[in-house]
Design a protein around this ligand. Sequence first.
Ligand code: FE2
Length: 289
Amino acid sequence: MIPRFNGRNFTSVTKEMREAFERDGILVLDHLVPTEKCDELKDHMTNTIQSFDPSEHASIFSTTAQTHAQDAYFLSSGHTTRFFYEEEAFGDDGILVKPLELAINKVGHAMHDTDPVFETFSRQSAFAALAHGLGLADPRLAQSMYIFKQPHIGGEVVCHQDATFIRTEPNSCLGFWVALEDATEENGCLWGIPGGHSGDMPKSLFVREGDGTKTITLDDTPYEEEKRLPLPAPKGTVLVFGGLFPHMSSANRSDKSRHAFTLHVIDGAAHYPADNWLQRPADMPFRSF
Ligand code: FE2
């Protein structure tokens, strides 16, 4: 069983929290984010979507479009706000076949630097205290995402480690997963493998290669998925886990959405390889809290 801590009025990482994080690979903090703040972020995202014109980018997602256009849209999203869709959101002609607010899979990957609402939220003192308290000497905010997990069509995310996608040497990736709505087994909450974060490298690396990307397998032994446990997260709960913690989520077949905000922080003292997919322009380095 993975312990749960009361995150209401959280100010610093206790010895018990740190021990749980080191043993299990994850720290669960209920009630860390007030309900009203969750609603504020959801409303802000709704407004952001309404100001977005999908036709500007639709051709990129046409099923007949060249893959390199999609790669370029993704690979240049590390310093701005981009919209990514559920599979089957577009027809062959590049026209959305669902209302935009129900077609989006996620928005990323730099709202913590480019959007004042998400910037303030991401740089809150509780997250800084968690990053420092869980061992990052010089925390830098690297990536943010708003994940929708749409009712009925929200897709499965297979078991993975975030250090596959955000690699430092040595590994220092720390993820904050914030439930903006109740995440349950019914609507596709996270699952994780407690204690599955051993070793010092992820099982695979997702890297840039030329104008595209590739995955390099380092360890082809399967994840011990029989040991996985559900991580239900009531609205306002924050899950904090390291880059080697194996986690996944099922498809959402329910009629309830499962909105979440994620933030990934790395240690500025660690090396950030140039083949990480997420690269910043020289004038926009990863900033601290
Ligand atoms: Fe993940």
